[in-house]
Design a protein around this ligand. Structure first.
Ligand code: HEM
Length: 382
């Protein structure tokens, strides 16, 4: 535990105005902060380093920035639409989509991996699941990306706050169009189910559906995308691990996929705000203190992981905190993310067994997402 000066915030073009924050870097402390949600709030100012106005949190982060009892109620409602039948249907779509994505580059011999592979499956899965029409998917994915890449001016263009607000406006517009259409004519997609979902007599308003939609687009797009890119790089740098995995893919991928996610740690940090005085690992946290959990550090914690600096696909147990440290906000999409990773690597190594990353990755500038903008790859054309 250490006290750190405030983070530079591209959104405010300066520091975030707070006196600083507690850095939580050990897996065990991350678990405590995540689980003691009655002490460490997600709703006070949000879960990013900088405080966000309440209206922005309402519009953009849904359950991620709620506390109980509202978090419990709304999470129950949105989880109720992920039925086993729906998840099975989604898996069939993911398998088909992964095959098509890899099939589209197989005769080229080289590709820019992020745009032609990593980015495509999560965007496709989320859009299909939600019911975004094909001609709006690119627009939705770009808007979702602008909401996590605000600190990166690699593309020139607008300042950080404008990028984020534009993203919110585009996503709300796209979602409302789908809500209106599904209220008239329900289909077999998530928005139709969310519009009809009822738990304990409670239903979601259009605004709540839109906000959950923004969260899904942001949480479900970039995370899996970054993990895919980091994994290609790791499998390229560790050919012995690749050989081990592909010698018996079906039996080994279940274990390996957790190491993909630990290694990538695509979400580097989330923050909480203390509501009460609390002693943690030798320091006293006062009410109002910001507390930032560094998942990327917890995922290299030698007190819970054996040889954490090694990429070891057979690692069991693998007590990583990439999906959060447990507790009520634990990632709602962890099964879906693992499913996508299983299928995309299944297709890559059946269709393009010698695919590898070449050259240096072009990194995203961010204090939040461990991202790669571009990564070249080569393979023998199939
Ligand atoms: C490798 C991929 C992913 C990683 C590493 C990841 C990571 C995380 C993390 C760290 C949290 C916060 C946990 C906490 O505060 O305790 C979270 C929450 C969440 N994730 Fe994921 N995520 C991934 C993929 C997905 C996908 C594919 C979806 C949905 C389609 C998704 C939906 C969500 C939602 C809805 C929440 C908020 C849960 C709540 O606040 O109750 N995530 N995720």
């Amino acid at each position: 535990m250490s006290w750190q000066r405030p983070l530079y915030s591209p959104l405010m073009d300066g520091d975030d105005g707070s006196p600083g924050y507690w850095a939580v870097v050990r897996a065990e402390d991350i678990a405590t902060v995540s689980r003691r949600a009655e002490i460490f709030s997600s709703s006070v100012g949000g879960v990013l380093a900088e405080d966000f106005p309440e209206e922005v949190l309402e519009m953009a982060s849904s359950i991620l920035t709620m506390d109980d009892p509202r978090h419990r109620d709304v999470r129950k409602l949105v989880s109720s639409v992920f039925t086993p039948k729906r998840v099975m249907l989604i898996e069939q779509q993911i398998a088909r989509q992964a095959r098509e994505i890899v099939g589209a580059i197989r005769d080229r011999g080289e590709a820019e991996f992020v745009s032609s592979v990593s980015a495509r499956l999560p965007m496709w899965t989320i859009s299909e699941m939600i019911g975004i029409p094909p001609d709006r998917r690119e627009e939705v994915a770009d808007a979702a990306e602008s909401m996590v890449a605000w600190g990166d001016d690699g593309d020139g263009g607008d300042d950080a706050a404008t990028k984020m607000l534009n993203g919110i406006v585009v996503l709300h517009g796209a979602c409302q169009d789908v809500i209106d259409a599904r209220r008239e004519q329900p289909e077999n997609d998530l928005i139709s189910a969310l519009a009809a979902a009822e738990v304990d007599g409670e239903r979601l308003t259009d605004e709540e559906i839109r906000s959950f939609f923004v969260l899904l687009c942001v949480a479900g797009n970039d995370t899996t995308k970054q993990t895919t890119t980091h994994t290609l790089r790791a499998l390229t740098d560790h050919p012995e691990q690749r050989e081990w995995l592909f010698a018996d893919y079906e039996a080994r991928i279940g274990t390996a996929v957790d190491e993909f996610v630990r290694w990538a740690s695509p979400v580097m940090s989330f923050r909480r705000t203390a509501l009460e005085r609390f002693e943690l690992n030798g320091v006293v946290i006062e009410p109002g203190d910001k507390v930032t959990m560094f998942y990327s550090s917890g995922n290299r914690d030698e007190s819970v992981l054996d040889r954490p600096e090694e990429f070891d696909l057979s690692r069991t147990p693998n007590p990583h905190v990439a999906f959060g440290g447990g507790g009520p906000h634990f990632c709602l999409g962890s099964h879906l993310a693992k499913m996508q990773l299983r299928w995309i690597f299944h297709e890559l190594y059946t269709q393009l067994p010698d695919i590898r990353a070449v050259g240096e990755p072009e990194r995203l500038v961010s204090t939040f997402i461990n991202g790669v903008r571009r990564q070249r790859c080569v393979f023998t054309p199939a």
